[in-house]
Design a protein around this ligand. Structure first.
Ligand code: PLP
Length: 289
């Protein structure tokens, strides 16, 4: 199912009237759309649990921020929220799922953005939440000051240009791993191609600072709220690559897979903190916001 809607609408308009349902199997997207031909656009992926979309405010806020970084028209927040609710309600409640929200620069020459939402029921059993993932570190090719030095590279925006992220995952598979931790050219931990890195040192939970040019994670925000409620300390830090080895436990966290414990980094085994992993995933699954 695809809902296509304009990026802007007057606040007084009936939001439901601006949401159009499409059959995702039918031809829908104009081949001249700059989102398709140049990856010129932004997106969000939300988790859906029991028919309920998770962390909607955080995702819509990040969509608005990504759109601003690409100088796209400002998304109408009320309209996108309503469309997300409609899309989530179309999913079965007995399976987890995901919603992809896309906003592109639109058909070349029209100056009108294109937006749509696709809701999908997941067929995964999300076994990695218990069995974990093996990761390799890969050089992202950017130094940790990239955001200040080269903002036109759009660090921190969730753009549609994910070909590099997907190539990194293929490289991980070639090396016998499941996933990637990108590191900066000057030796700091960044993020995974589709997830945020979380580390535990004793009773401290640490994630890389976003000003090194990575995406602010919505799941990481929820994990920090959970950790604080559990009496753990939380910190956003500049994390040297060597800290991956000394961390007591490590996770990749993201909106649909949620927290996947890391079982090995560059073939060096990492113990799983199963108790904390289960609590973390229970807290993520229970989100009602
Ligand atoms: N970092 C990158 C590059 C991502 O693509 C994602 C999600 O797809 C994340 C981090 C995790 O973000 P979230 O927790 O909001 O899903």
């Amino acid at each position: 199912m695809i809902d296509v809607l304009p990026a802007r609408a007057p606040e007084s308009v009936d939001l439901d009237a601006t949401i159009h349902r499409f059959d995702s199997a039918a031809p829908t997207l104009d081949v001249r759309d700059l989102g398709a031909s140049r990856g010129d656009g932004v997106f969000e992926t939300l988790g859906v649990v029991g028919g309920h979309p998770q962390a909607v405010d955080a995702h819509v806020a990040r969509l608005v921020n990504s759109a601003a970084l690409l100088e796209l028209p400002e998304p109408n927040v009320a309209q996108w929220r309503r469309a997300i609710e409609v899309a989530a309600a179309s999913l079965p409640t007995d399976r987890q799922g995901g919603i992809k929200v896309v906003l592109t620069r639109g058909v070349e020459g029209t100056n009108t953005p294109t937006g749509w939402i696709v809701a999908t029921a997941s067929s995964s059993d999300f076994a990695e939440r218990e069995t974990g993932v093996r990761v390799v570190t890969l050089d992202r090719g950017y130094a940790s000051d990239v955001a200040a030095r080269a903002p036109w590279l759009l660090p921190g925006a969730k753009t549609l240009s994910y070909a590099v992220n997907m190539a990194a995952l293929r490289e991980a598979h070639r090396r016998g791993a499941d996933d990637v931790i990108f590191v900066s050219s000057d030796g700091f931990v960044m993020e995974a191609p589709t997830a945020t890195v979380i580390l535990r040192f004793g009773d401290s939970i640490v994630t890389p600072r976003t000003d090194i040019g990575i995406l602010p994670g919505t799941s990481q925000l929820s994990v920090f709220a959970f950790a604080q409620a559990r009496g753990l300390r939380t910190q956003e830090a500049l994390v040297p690559v060597a800290d991956l080895g000394s961390a007591d436990a490590a996770w990749l966290v993201s909106s649909v897979r949620l927290a996947a414990p890391i079982t090995a980094i560059d073939d060096v085994p990492k113990p799983i903190d199963l108790q904390l992993t289960r609590e973390m995933n229970a807290a993520l699954l229970a989100r009602e916001d």
